[in-house]
Write a protein that binds this ligand. Structure first.
Ligand code: PLP
Length: 287
């Protein structure tokens, strides 16, 4: 397996970064997770756009033009002869001294990893997820924007740890006002009376690329789609609940904080949108 690191391709075993890299020392950097379906990189433009915006927000200058990085990503997939894959693009502040001031870092580090995809088990899609709300809150959008996919994911990790401790599959993250925002690394939707709801991103959710594809698909297939704030109560009494994200695609939630959602099985709308999503990924992508 070949990893793009330090401006060239290196073998996986040799792909190591300095202990002085501020990505390692401070989580100072940004990243993206991208899927490859049938050799096509899905929504590459959107992911690159978000990556450059994340970097702009934390004053990190990516040492490539967008088109150059696009080529590097495609080359990484090709060099590893991958058909179905998960790509991780990481841009760290690079090597500096032990102080946290990024001015000591001379050159950002660009890493592209592409590996064969470890698919989520089919059973999970048939059974649906059990999720639980957690005490940790989404960081406030006015402090560090949730739109920045920074390497400092400690907030999301704490949320995941709480979910693990509670023995559920995934966490439901609320903001400091108690509105539902998202999962640890996925967006949330609910269905009530044939209308589909998802929280507006200003509440503290990442504007997921899968989320946006699902919003478009929902509208295209004639569902009423609303971006409205909602609370845990609204989730408990929903007809259907599902999560979306690059890794999970679309997955049903069948239990929330011990409350079964309707009959406790993945719902019709969820399954419909999952199958439409899987059609889109087959036809839409950078070859
Ligand atoms: N929310 C968070 C916090 C994430 O890290 C992710 C994963 O990227 C998502 C939502 C889902 O976004 P996307 O559909 O772009 O993968």
């Amino acid at each position: 397996q070949w990893i793009f690191l330090g401006g060239k391709f290196v073998k996986k075993e040799e792909a190591v970064v300095s202990v002085y890299d501020h990505g390692f020392l401070y989580g100072d950097g940004v990243f993206e997770g991208i899927r490859v379906y049938s050799g096509n990189v899905f929504k590459l433009d959107e992911h690159l756009q978000r990556l450059f915006e994340s970097a702009q927000s934390i004053m990190l200058s990516i040492p490539y033009e967008k088109e150059e990085l696009e080529q590097i990503i495609v080359d990484t997939v090709r060099k590893n002869k991958l058909d179905s894959a998960y790509i991780r693009v990481v841009i760290s502040r690079g090597r500096g001294n032990l102080g946290l001031d990024p001015s000591s870092c001379s050159e950002p580090q660009v890493i592209v990893i592409a590996e064969a995809l470890a698919l989520f088990p089919k059973e999970l899609y048939q059974r649906g997820l059990r999720v639980g709300s957690v005490a940790s809150r989404r960081n406030r959008p006015d402090v560090l924007s949730p739109q920045v996919k920074s390497l400092n994911y400690l907030n999301n990790i704490l949320v995941k740890l709480e979910a693990n401790q509670a023995g559920v599959d995934e966490a439901l993250m609320l903001n400091d006002q108690g509105y539902v925002t998202e999962g640890s690394a996925d967006n949330i939707f609910l269905v009530k009376n044939n209308t589909i709801y998802t929280p507006p991103v200003y509440l503290g959710a990442l504007e997921g690329i899968t989320r946006n594809v699902i919003i478009d698909l929902a509208e295209k297939h004639g569902y009423e789609m609303k971006e409205t704030p909602f609370t845990r109560h609204d989730v408990y009494v929903a007809d259907e609940v599902f999560l979306t994200g690059t890794a999970v695609e679309v997955i049903a939630v069948v239990e929330v904080d011990g409350r079964k959602i309707q009959d406790g099985k993945p719902g019709k709308v969820t399954n419909h949108l999952l199958s439409e999503f899987r059609k889109v990924v087959r036809t839409d992508g950078v070859a």
